[in-house]
Design a protein around this ligand. Structure first.
Ligand code: AMP
Ligand code: ZN
Length: 664
């Protein structure tokens, strides 16, 4: 055997042992022998760098340092899941599905919902190319170097894998490994980690991959994204991925009805406590992948999947004090300051009380013993009061009448659950809140500037609104607390770089009430530039798809304000993107205006998503199910027969892919 063959043989052998041990839980070599062989390989590779291989088992020990994690745009978006909590929720979901798919038999794959950090792995020709965190679903951080140290992640696949695909899953820390890590930390006089989930996600962002390699992380995989995958059902995705070498959880069941799904949920609600990892529910997916495509996504989550949350954990504790926070829109949120208590692995000190009605409804008072629950949300909530423990001196909570920050009298308009401080331009937390929103990741994403610095800049009188950010100089910010030459430079550069952020995000960043990310996109698309938007009347705004009266009024209100007009004029002067870029405008027409399309089946020339994009780019609307409002049904191959029948009864034009392409 020559050196190259020797290296190859060692790699193959060690890969096999890794797979047996970490994926199949079945050791085929002693730890000692494994280490010896690994050392031998390391020595050979060190002597012969010409045979470097990015998939070598020696890379598992880490060593690579990541200073800054690059941001990577997901080729296929990573969605959230809708949540359900009852049989009724599931039945409603099934009805919605059947309405879209028509009269076909739908099967479900049930899996457990693992509570860790989501990850997307990209493989090309069987080799791991990239590992990216979920981030905001559109883009995440490149954590490839760290992920390569997790031994259950195959660096090289086996069998009949597709040539290019993404596979999604969860990085988890098993309970026993977590306990061991904490024992060590305590022995070293360090604070123990709070819970496996946060520790797992924190691990992915460690700069030293050798430190990651030491953590007993695992990677559980459960879904594929890509085209031409050659798989037809979610259940076979799981089987195939397992054959390619991935660690795929074995708990999964194919169910034919919601009742079978519920039986699975009930079983695992009890037995999940025997599993080595944390789980917080069941994920139910429509099994047929073609049906999944037909069902598509809402702006946040797939219509073909549903999480069923296990019942949340509950604890009781004393509510010490109710305080009030002022948000960027002036909305007041009452906050419960609690006697710290351990709940589902984290110490809880505060809980949101939502609004005055909520406090009144539950009759929540200071010094009450309250029940705190952690549901799907990150912020725990108070679900009840132990009345029998109420002190005799207790008095009902009187909601504040004036802003805790600027003492303006609060108002509450009919139909609004919240109280507001209307001193929009003089109330400090509103001013800083708006600037903080402006710089946030989904808005202007200004690097080198954080929420605390905004407060500091405001306190020092350097900024009064977000336009002021663009005139800040290094000399001005340098004297601030904890500001050094480099950080001052980063701040100013970060602000300058943000002028490249596209119009729809600038629009979102402005902080117009009710104009979230999705609405901002719609408005940007409909009006194309800020001047047109500012000139729009309420009637015109309401005519835009999905813009209701409430949003329209808020937009009008915003652009009527002298201060806002002035700020926008300044943003224009600083060269922010206040119109859609030329390449976004390109290929956009109004050809399909007023027409609603339903897309069904498999297409040849363009993918279903491209088809939908074409419809929207040309001013048309994509509907999810056939109704009297549908103008055309674009029928692809393998379209369900019930759809055709429905379209025929409603007299809706059925057109082919080619017919459609000819239209645009
Ligand atoms: P949520 O963050 O609550 O919207 O839930 C969505 C997340 O659940 C996904 O991003 C995944 O990381 C996670 N998840 C855990 N187990 C599964 C599973 N079996 N199938 C799909 N998603 C899962
Ligand atoms: Zn105020």
């Amino acid at each position: 055997m020559n050196i190259k063959e020797q290296i190859e043989a060692l790699r193959t052998e060690l890969r096999e042992h890794n797979h047996n041990y970490y994926v199949l839980d079945n050791a085929t070599i002693s730890d000692y022998d494994f280490d010896m062989k690994l050392k031998e390989l390391q020595a050979l590779e060190a002597k012969h760098p010409e045979f470097y291989d990015a998939t070598s088992p020696t890379l598992r020990v880490g060593g690579g340092i990541t200073k800054n994690f690059d941001t990577i745009v997901h080729e296929h978006r990573m969605y959230s899941l809708d949540n359900s909590y009852s049989k009724e929720d599931l039945e409603d979901w099934e009805k919605r599905i059947q309405k879209i798919l028509g009269d076909v038999a739908v099967e479900f794959t049930c899996e457990l919902k693992y509570d860790g950090a989501s990850i997307s792995l990209t493989y090309e020709e069987g080799t791991l190319i990239k590992a990216v965190t979920r981030g905001d679903g559109f883009q995440g951080d490149d954590v490839t170097t760290n992920i390569k140290t997790i031994k259950s992640v195959p660096l090289q696949l086996k069998g009949d894998y597709p040539s290019k695909f993404d596979i999604r899953g969860e990085i988890v820390l098993p309970f026993d490994g977590f306990a061991k890590m904490n024992e060590e930390r305590i022995a070293n006089g360090e604070e123990p980690y709070m819970n496996p989930r946060n520790t797992a996600s924190g691990s992915l962002k460690l700069q030293d991959s050798a430190a990651v390699a030491k953590r007993p992380l695992e990677c559980l995989l459960y879904s594929l994204a890509g085209t031409k995958l050659g798989v037809e059902t979610q259940f076979s995705v799981l089987e195939k991925a397992r054959n390619w070498g991935f660690k795929v959880p074995t708990v999964a069941k194919l169910c034919k009805s919601v009742d079978e799904v519920l039986a699975f949920v009930e079983y695992w609600d009890i037995h999940r406590h025997d599993l080595p990892y944390e789980t917080d529910g069941v994920v139910i997916k429509v099994n047929n992948l073609q049906y999944q495509e037909e069902l598509g996504h809402t702006s946040k989550s797939p219509r073909w999947a549903m999480a069923y949350k296990f019942k949340a954990e509950q604890v009781s504790t004393v509510l010490n004090e109710i305080s009030y926070q002022v948000g960027r829109t002036g909305a007041i949120t009452p906050v419960a300051n609690l006697q710290p208590v351990l709940l589902a692995g984290t110490t809880v000190k505060r809980a949101s009380l939502h609004n005055a009605d909520q406090i009144e409804k539950l009759d929540i008072r200071e010094n009450d013993t309250v029940f705190v629950e952690k549901g799907g949300e990150i912020i725990p909530k108070i679900v009840g009061v132990a009345i029998e423990k109420r002190p005799e001196t207790s008095v009902p909570t009187k909601y504040i009448t004036h802003c805790p920050e600027c003492h303006t009298e609060l108002v509450r308009t009919a139909g609004d659950a919240k109280h507001y401080c209307t001193n929009f331009y003089g109330c400090p937390p509103q001013i800083t809140g708006r600037i903080q929103h402006f710089i946030s990741r989904k808005a202007m994403d200004i690097e080198g500037l954080g929420g605390e610095t905004v407060e500091l800049l405001f306190k020092e009188g350097l900024i009064k609104n977000y336009a002021d950010l663009y005139t800040l100089t290094k000399e001005q910010v340098l004297p601030l607390e904890r500001m050094a030459e480099k950080s001052a430079e980063n701040l100013v550069n970060g602000v300058a770089a943000s002028v490249a952020i596209p119009f729809e995000r600038v629009l979102f960043a402005l902080g117009i009430r009710f104009v979230g990310e999705t609405v901002a996109k719609k408005l940007a698309k409909a009006y194309k530039n800020i001047d047109a938007l500012m000139a729009a009347s309420e009637e015109e705004l309401v005519a835009v798809d999905e813009i209701g009266e409430r949003i329209a009024q808020s937009v009008i209100e915003f652009f009527k304000n002298e201060k806002n007009i002035e700020t926008i004029a300044r943003l224009k002067e600083y060269k922010l993107q206040l119109e859609l870029s030329a390449d976004k405008l390109l290929n956009q027409t109004e050809t399909l205006k007023g027409k609603t399309f339903v897309v069904s089946g498999v297409f040849e020339k363009v993918s279903r998503n491209e088809l939908k994009k074409l419809i929207e780019d040309n001013g048309g609307k994509v509907g999810s199910s056939i109704s009297s409002k549908t103008t055309f049904l674009v029928a692809g191959d393998k379209m369900g027969p019930s759809k055709r029948t429905k379209a025929e009864t409603l007299n809706i034009d059925i057109i082919s892919e080619d017919d459609f392409l000819a239209m645009v």
